[in-house]
Design a protein. Structure first.
Length: 320
């Protein structure tokens, strides 16, 4: 790779955009497959910041981010990651506000509802409660953003036994509210849409959430690129996104028979590669899917190791 090819501005001029999705596990470093505490007071040298910077992504979706949580040094991790990624356009969305206890027990919600924060920390609705600790997702971009959109996804009503990093066996866990972020970006060939999300770990409920997001973004311009930890393995996300839209789903066109919607736009999973667990990836929970571009549009796919999280980041370059 030449110096000019490594320069993100040269990449953009050539019509290539580098996308990445990364479940960062609160920015916790991993040792021998187990998470350890976030080092206190490390600021711009935090493992999370270094990991994000190493991806050199033009557009980056991050999941399991903390904001002002004691367990991660009371850092606004979305803001720190945006600085590390050199991404001036970003939003952080959380539908779950609570102080996460260090012992790993379920936190008690502080307040309900979706909250969105950006570079100025004065997004509508933050009010006087912007110091409340929270947990959520972020979408970061080096490309200018024309329009932002956010949505809260309701939690599943039933618990699930899960493997938890650092614990043996299975832990019965209740689901939490989730959030999705969408942005219309200025690309070299015109506007396109990017969607960042983190779906439920409860089977079936995550499928419902993915279909909800598909309907929610149906009116946004294509091409569309969806980035996130979907908690769905292999080819499942592509199959779900390409399934017929049933009567009664909001925001979807209907056939004259009024029984099912017109077939949705064709979606492609652009990278089929395992991302979890980070030390020895065996399954794929993290996906980059797109509609409005060719199935083989990705010019490169990578899952580089980093010093944080139990997931590998998934990095894909696309001609947008």
């Amino acid at each position: 790779m030449t110096a000019s090819e490594a320069d993100p501005r040269s990449r953009a001029h050539a019509g290539r955009v580098r996308f990445a999705t990364f479940n960062v596990l609160h920015g916790r470093p991993m040792r021998d497959g187990r998470p350890v505490a976030v080092p206190a007071g490390c600021g711009p040298e935090a493992p999370l910041v270094r990991a994000v910077a190493s991806l050199d992504a033009d557009v980056l979706a991050l999941q399991e981010l903390d904001r002002l949580q004691e367990r991660s040094g009371r850092v606004d991790q979305a803001r720190a990651a945006a600085v590390g990624a050199e991404a001036p356009y970003w939003r952080y969305a959380s539908a779950f506000h609570a102080r996460a206890p260090a012992d790993g027990h379920a936190p008690e919600p502080d307040e309900p509802g979706l909250r969105v924060y950006g570079p100025r920390e004065t997004e509508a609705g933050t009010g006087s409660r912007e110091g409340v600790p929270s947990h959520g997702i972020a979408l970061l971009s080096r490309l200018p953003v024309r329009h932002w959109r956010a949505r809260r996804l309701a939690p599943a009503p039933v618990p699930m036994p899960l493997r938890t990093p650092g614990r043996r066996g299975l832990t019965v866990s209740w689901d939490q509210p989730r959030a999705a972020l969408a942005a219309v970006l200025d690309g070299r060939h015109g506007p396109f849409t990017v969607v960042a999300l983190h779906l439920s770990f409860v089977p079936g409920w995550n499928v419902r959430q993915l279909l909800e997001v598909r309907a929610w973004t149906a009116d946004l311009p294509g091409p569309q690129v969806l980035l996130g930890d979907l908690n769905l393995t292999g080819a499942l996300p592509e199959a779900v996104l390409n399934s017929p839209a049933r009567k009664g789903r909001t925001g979807v066109r209907r056939t004259r028979s009024d029984d099912t919607a017109l077939p949705p736009r064709r979606w492609y999973d652009l990278a089929r590669t395992p991302t979890y667990p980070a030390h020895r990836p065996l399954v794929q929970f993290d996906h980059v899917l797109a509609t409005g571009i060719a199935a083989d549009a990705a010019t490169s796919v990578d899952t580089p190791p980093t010093d944080v999280s139990d997931h590998r980041p998934l990095v894909v370059e696309l001609p947008l």
